[in-house]
Write a protein that binds this ligand. Structure first.
Ligand code: UTP
Length: 233
């Protein structure tokens, strides 16, 4: 089933910077609902944010965590956040959260009854929800992923470490992949994760990286108007 939805990878840092940012969620809901009313369909993939980090840190203070442990805790926090998003979009979202972007059963039920939103969460260790968003984009025929987090632009190097880091407005996949590398480390904080980037390059997807809390900007992105952020293609 190809329905050309817009995929939004909603960084957990927007849902739960520290505590749940319900004011952001209220405004985000308004914007998405107004676009559904115009006929758009959305896939919203939720990250773990502060909840992931709080649980991972707590567990690591008590015992030594493996990479798998860390990822699984992260996955469950993305699922909790997915449930929150599904709940606030109750009238528009399919009630079942997609927890496995590869199986037909998990995909088939979505959008069948004309729903406007499919909510998806983390799947397996070894990557982030960016990868889930990429697989879903392929399977449901989306050409574009809007990746919302707390960064305004991609930089050529870490702007927290290097004062001369340059912001990038447009970049191709080959150059972007030189920045993020090839390997996933649990807890990694990259504009778009390396495993997802590899697949997105192969698929020829366009990924828009933007600061999620600027909802006016998100509205412009959705309307194909001039907006702030980095386009990778
Ligand atoms: P994300 O990294 O996707 O959420 O998942 P985040 O940290 O909230 O994202 P941003 O930075 O705000 O955009 C949280 C953690 O869950 C695990 C990883 O450890 C990841 O860091 N995870 C998530 C997986 O292992 N597999 C998945 O499919 C998804």
């Amino acid at each position: 089933m190809k329905i050309n939805p817009i995929v939004i990878s909603l960084g957990g840092s927007l849902i739960v910077p520290e505590k749940i940012n319900w004011k952001f969620l209220k405004e985000f809901r308004k914007l998405i609902v107004s676009n559904i009313k115009k006929g758009e369909k959305f896939i919203i993939v939720t990250g773990g944010g502060g909840t992931a980090r709080e649980y991972q840190n707590a567990a690591s203070k008590v015992t030594k965590l493996t990479d798998d442990d860390r990822d699984w805790i992260g996955i469950h926090t993305t699922r909790l956040n997915a449930h929150l998003i599904k709940t606030i979009f109750r009238e528009y979202a399919h009630p079942r959260i997609n927890k496995n972007p590869r199986t037909k059963e998990d995909l088939g039920v979505h959008f069948e009854k004309g729903e406007g939103i499919m909510v998806a969460a983390g799947w397996r260790p070894g990557w982030s929800t960016d990868y889930v968003a990429t697989i879903l984009a392929e399977r449901l025929g989306a050409k574009k992923i809007i990746n919302l987090s707390n960064i305004k632009y991609v930089y050529d190097k870490d702007p927290k470490k290097y004062r001369n880091a340059k912001k990038i407005k447009e970049i191709n996949w080959a150059d972007f992949r030189k920045i993020v590398g090839n390997k996933w480390d649990p807890g990694m904080n990259m504009p778009f994760d390396p495993i997802a980037s590899k697949m997105a390059e192969k698929l020829g997807l366009e990924v828009f990286i933007a600061e999620g809390k600027n909802l006016k900007n998100l509205a412009n992105i959705l309307d194909d108007k001039k907006s702030i952020g980095t386009i990778i293609r």
